[in-house]
Design a protein. Structure first.
Length: 312
């Protein structure tokens, strides 16, 4: 098979042996694979894949067709359209995935949409509902609303009946994000629009002190991105006085059981919304496998609205 391959920090497309599915696993012929921030860090040697996943083939999400079932795998049949988060190896013509983390692809989704959906919708749903417990009528703020996770989180918040706000640095994307159902704010003005019950933090440490000040009593801050910095100084007295919670979330290193639980939650709560078209997967751009470097450049350039996807 051909796959995106990391060689000394550079990306090339190389031939690799075809993977073979083991017990409970499925061989997927990949049709599309979304790019994520973790891929950028893995390329630079800062974010290794977990044990059992390819270290030199990036890709945290994929969509494709079942090619072959391994021993004991019975949930899907060859030819079924499936999508999934993976520990790595998604940016390849073939990938092995445990059947417990695979999800069916709603008929309405194109391959690029399906390839760009699993990571962002799983991350967003797990952080804001499973962990932060967002409720209808609560005030919900997303920092970084124009990216993949941001666009997914806004739509899920809106669908749940929350009152959604989003910070977006690129003014050219304000109307796009507003169309998803959020009141769009410049990053420096969000404190004026609080208090918020749940804040989804995709930027990192620089926002945390102001997040805490803008939090409602009993509010929750979910940290899922630290591109802007990892260390911050907080006033714990404010945290205590507001009965607040700060928690972090990361999918990649969870054990199979944890990932399977997130997949079932997405199947119950998100796939029906994707199937009906009430939430969508905005695609900023898609690239063929051989143009992987252009795809990564488009991702790192910033200012995009939605997902960058490789079509394979």
């Amino acid at each position: 098979m051909r796959a995106v391959t990391i060689r000394d920090g550079e990306l090339v497309v190389e031939e690799h042996p075809d993977p073979v599915p083991g017990a409970g696993q499925v061989l997927v012929r990949v049709r599309a694979a979304g790019l994520n921030g973790a891929d950028m860090h893995q390329r630079l040697g800062r974010y290794p894949a977990p044990p059992g996943s390819p270290q030199d083939i990036p890709g945290l999400e994929l969509a494709g067709e079942v090619s072959q079932n391994g021993p004991g795998a019975t949930r899907f049949e060859p030819g079924d359209r499936v999508m999934s988060i993976v520990g790595g190896g998604g940016q390849a013509e073939l990938a092995v995935v445990h059947e417990r983390v695979l999800m069916p692809v709603p008929e309405k989704l194109t391959w690029p949409e399906a390839g760009g959906a699993p990571e962002v919708f799983t991350t967003a749903h797990d952080a804001i509902f499973t962990q932060a417990g967002l409720q209808p009528g609560e005030r919900f703020l997303v920092h970084g609303g124009a990216g993949g996770v941001g666009t997914a989180a806004i739509q899920l918040g809106r669908a749940s009946g929350a009152i959604c706000y989003a910070t977006v640095r690129n003014a050219a994307r304000h109307d796009d994000v507003a169309a998803l159902g959020a009141t769009v704010l410049a990053p420096e003005e969000f404190t004026e629009h609080g208090p918020f019950d749940v804040i989804l933090e995709l930027v990192g440490a620089p926002n945390l002190p102001d997040n805490l000040n803008a939090l409602n009593t009993g509010g929750r801050i979910a940290v899922i991105g630290i591109a802007g910095g990892a260390k911050a100084e907080l006033n714990l007295g404010v945290l205590m006085g507001k009965l607040a919670r700060i928690h972090g979330s990361m999918l990649r290193y969870r054990p199979l059981e944890g990932k399977a639980l997130t997949a079932r939650a997405v199947e119950r709560s998100v796939l029906p919304l994707l199937a009906s078209g009430s939430v969508t997967v905005p695609i900023a751009a898609s690239f063929p496998l051989d143009e992987v470097n252009a795809a990564y450049d488009a991702f790192t350039a910033g200012g995009k609205f939605g997902k960058i996807v490789l079509q394979i």
